[in-house]
Design a protein around this ligand. Structure first.
Ligand code: FES
Length: 504
């Protein structure tokens, strides 16, 4: 390669090394990017955003984007030529942000409110009419901080290396723009009364301008986990009525107000019987509780559920094997978009391993029976390393369930319901999740619960005027535990790496 240039892709963080003057169209298709109009520069469906470096503006870019958008770095991937090192965010790679249309119980109030789920990868925000709880406008976006790391620990590292102020400024500016756009597209005439934000502990600290250093090293606990309030104008936001912006409090460790909101959303705090809420992500969370007592923990699962670090892994997009099942002993793959397979996403991976176990192609210890790789649906195959990645992820979540349930005083199999939060939890096949030991419950007790963080934020927004915004009652009955400090953690983790008989 004469003059190599580096193209870093966000949010995955993957770097491609290509020849200078390579059209991005040639290399991004293999990465799962779609070109809806065939790369003719007409549909804008392939848009990307330059986060650092330079990507020349093509004539089609000038036709499709406004001068402001061009200045912000938006380009058409199908017309882009890599002339130097760049970092680009792929808008198509935004995680599916689940719309939350579930009916809510609420107390009618005057004015408007905004609920925001501030995720590490994506941000989802809704404008609501507080009299009717009707959603008037929705905005979703890739978290502007992803250019400084795909996961919470890389954000913490960047912040500790004197990048904290930049991360705070980035996310405050982004949410300021999103809330202003919500108000504009909602066409409202009155005041915004409240803005409620939920997010994990790192997002909480970075938005609020708090020191993340305590989250960078053992015991990974910060004392500043409480509720934080701001005036919109103090954040530089232009909203009618200059509302109070409230970031709800964290529960401890890395377990933030997104999980507190999830507890509200699934009604755990009102339940007589113990139930579980599990958020399956790179940083997974496990909560077990009822109206008397709640125990929570975070579990470092790694990115396998998102298709990362898997040989043919990709997001759940056209060409991804999203489901695998057996038909008369033969493997059948369902590919999104009914096209030739281009890769496999998290739900397909869980299904595939469940089928491999059923067929005896994968042994209970995770080893492939007879070959180095399993040709699943050519050209897509699974390697030994792929299966290992899934074992690590599922073991982390499984140990979380065992230890949290034990701390509560029960066992995972005794729980009345297991709510799965988030996009992956919504799409994974329940029987496969149980078969590989990811969820330690009966399939019929598992309930896909959607975007519980956003729903919980809306419930907080719509609560009675005299509600306790600090949620001290809920925090007082919640115990956060550090899984790795459990005396049997290592032993349990080794045990849960197995796909063998399931202990509950
Ligand atoms: S693929 Fe349609 S504009 Fe690029």
């Amino acid at each position: 390669m004469h003059q190599p240039v580096r193209v870093q892709l966000l949010p995955s963080g993957k770097t491609l090394v290509v020849e200078r003057d390579t059209p991005l169209f040639d290399v991004l298709f293999a990465e799962g990017v779609e070109f809806p109009c065939g790369g003719r520069g007409r549909c804008k469906g392939c848009k990307i955003k330059v986060e650092s470096g330079t990507l020349p503006i093509a004539p089609e870019d000038e036709q499709r984007f406004t001068p402001t958008e061009l200045a912000q770095g938006w380009r058409l991937a199908c017309r882009a030529i890599a002339v130097s090192d760049i970092t680009i965010a792929l808008a198509q790679w935004e995680m599916p942000v689940l719309a939350d249309e579930a009916a809510l119980e609420f107390t009618p109030k005057d004015g408007y409110g905004i609920a925001i789920d501030l995720g590490t990868t994506t941000v989802a925000a809704q404008l609501l009419d507080l009299r009717t709880a009707k959603v008037l406008a929705v905005r979703t976006d890739l978290n502007a901080q992803v250019r400084h790391g795909a996961d919470v620990m890389s954000r913490v590292e960047f912040a500790c290396a004197s990048g904290a102020a930049e991360l705070t400024q980035l996310i405050r500016a982004q949410l300021g723009t999103m809330t202003r756009e919500l108000v504009e597209s909602g066409g409202i005439s009155g005041h915004v009364k409240d803005v409620v934000i939920v997010g994990n502990t790192v997002m909480h600290h970075l938005f609020c301008g708090l020191d993340v250093a305590p989250l960078a090293s053992y015991p990974f606990e910060s004392a500043a986990t409480g509720l934080q309030t701001f005036r919109a104008s103090g954040l530089g936001w232009e909203l009618p009525g200059d509302p109070i912006v409230t970031f709800l409090p964290c529960l401890g460790g890395f377990v933030g107000s997104d999980i507190l909101a999830g507890i509200l959303a699934v009604g755990m705090h009102n339940s007589d019987a113990p139930v579980a809420l599990i958020d399956l992500g790179t940083n997974g969370e496990v909560v077990v509780g009822n109206r008397h007592k709640i125990v929570c923990a975070s579990a470092a699962a790694g990115p396998a559920f998102e298709g990362a670090r898997i040989a043919w892994g990709m997001r759940a997009a056209t060409g991804a094997i999203a489901e695998v099942h057996l038909e008369q002993g033969k493997v059948r793959c369902h590919v999104l978009g009914n096209v030739a397979p281009r890769g496999i996403c998290g739900s397909g991976l869980v299904d595939a391993v469940a089928c491999g176990l059923e067929l005896g192609l994968i042994k209970p210890d995770g080893r492939l029976q007879s070959a180095e790789r399993w040709e699943l649906c050519p050209p897509v195959y699974l390697t030994q390393s792929d299966i290992r990645q899934l074992q690590l992820a599922k073991a982390a979540i499984a140990v979380g369930q065992l230890i949290v349930a034990e701390h509560w005083g029960t066992a995972p199999g005794q729980l009345e319901r297991v709510y799965l939060a988030g996009a992956f939890g919504n799409y994974v096949r329940r029987s496969s999740a149980v078969r590989i030991g990811l969820i330690k419950s009966d399939p019929d007790k598992i309930v896909p619960a959607g975007n519980t963080a956003l729903r919980g934020a809306k419930l907080a927004l719509l609560g009675p005027p005299d509600q306790d915004w600090s949620f001290s009652w809920l925090r007082a009955r919640t115990t956060h535990i550090a899984l790795s400090q459990h005396p049997q953690f290592q032993e349990l983790f080794a045990q849960e790496m197995s796909f063998g008989p399931i202990s509950r």
